[in-house]
Design a binder for this molecule. Structure first.
Ligand code: MG
Length: 381
């Protein structure tokens, strides 16, 4: 049962290239399936989220993180009466534009591009992937996704101004995105704030005591778990606490968004789009708790000494390879050399690097930059 303000597939603004309808899958279901069958989606398996694979084979990578975001988003969408197929497509595609090596890779790629007078933006890159880089269908380039999925790719996590990004004007930049897209960014936050506490503890970078103390929302639920399961091992009490924290974030987002929709008198998708601000939001109290958890992760995990050597190595690999191809464009694969006749060389190199997995970029670095000897990879603790 769709809410009156949900996106209806029958009202979709359609695809860039017309296609006959499918007999039993609607347009958003097909978009979701196209994402799953894309090369860029499969590569998420070997892209770092926070921890490289050397730490553990059961920590999150970008693919398993993406699946967690899809699970959380669908739960929220179902409760709010939103279009679950659109939400699932948006969740599955939300990180497809990320380069190898997580945030460090993105930072290095952006820095390399800025030195060339331009920049790297993962949402814009994701749009380029689905609009042209994926070569899968004979009838059109890219994945020919519906307007609503492309709009969500661009607008789920931030606003882009038409003045600054004239190439994006077709995406209704002065309107809010549908709720289906709005909730993706918050589901993403819920997924990684909880998952990174989990993996950070298992990596023994974070300590249970400091999480309990500094992440108040977790501490409260940990105490609850302790009272209920006093004899359980700490790790299971931790899991119980974390599960309750995730539940609290999801439940609050559902309730608060529902209340904001009612308060704003929002009845239609147009109302959602024209509302002065985004409607999907945590309550003030939970927003404070979320921000506190995130700050803790920044202080103690993302910028921790233990992750530093690996991040430095990632930045070095990206920046050296970029510089190598700027100086030696004839060493790019032939198809990229062809692209460079039509597009600026830095953009072509950036597109190539951004599409790589961690394993592939390391192999490329070994092949082309071995002469510029870099320090040995850091050993694991
Ligand atoms: Mg994400």
């Amino acid at each position: 049962m769709l809410a009156s303000y949900a996106v209806r597939v029958a009202d979709s603004r359609g695809r860039q290239h017309d296609e006959p309808p499918h007999p039993y899958r609607d347009a958003f279901q097909r978009d979701r399936d196209r994402v799953i069958h894309s090369r860029a989606f499969r590569r998420l398996e070997d892209k770092t989220q926070v921890f490289t694979r050397r730490y553990s084979d059961h920590f999150r990578n970008r693919l398993t993180h993406t699946i967690e975001v899809a699970q959380i988003s669908r739960t929220i969408a179902a409760q709010l009466g939103l279009n679950e197929d659109l939400v699932e497509a948006l969740a599955l595609v939300h990180d497809i534009g990320h380069p190898p090596f997580g945030h460090a890779g993105e930072k290095a790629l952006d820095a390399a591009m800025r030195a060339q007078g331009t920049y790297f933006d993962h949402n814009l890159h994701a749009l380029r992937i689905v609009s042209s880089f994926e070569q899968r269908y004979a009838a059109f380039p890219g994945m020919n996704l519906t307007f609503e999925v492309r709009e969500g790719i661009i607008k789920h996590s931030r606003d882009y101004s038409a003045a600054e990004y004239p190439e994006l004007t077709e995406y209704l930049l002065d309107e809010r995105p549908p709720l289906e897209a709005q909730l993706i960014d918050l589901a993403d936050e819920i997924a990684y704030n909880t998952a990174d506490l989990d993996d950070g503890l298992e990596a023994r970078i974070l300590k249970l005591g400091e999480i309990r103390e500094r992440v108040v929302i977790f501490g409260r639920f940990y105490r609850e778990a302790e009272e209920k399961y006093p004899k359980a091992p700490d790790k299971l009490k931790f899991n119980e606490g974390l599960k309750r924290m995730l539940n609290r974030l999801v439940g609050d987002l559902i309730e608060n968004t529902r209340a904001r929709i009612a308060k704003a008198g929002v009845k239609t998708l147009d109302d959602v789009r024209r509302n002065p601000e985004r409607l999907a939001r945590f309550s003030d109290e939970v927003e404070r708790e979320r921000a506190e958890a995130k700050q803790f992760l920044y202080d103690r995990l993302y910028f921790s000494e233990r992750l530093l050597p690996e991040k430095e190595r990632a930045e070095e690999v990206v920046s050296q390879l970029f510089a190598f191809w700027v100086a030696n464009p004839d060493k790019l694969p032939r198809s990229y050399q062809e692209d460079a006749k039509r597009e600026p060389l830095p953009r072509v190199i950036c597109d190539y690097i951004a599409g790589m997995t961690d394993t592939y970029i390391l192999a490329q670095h070994k092949k082309f930059c071995a002469a510029r000897k870099s320090p040995e990879s850091p050993r694991l603790p």
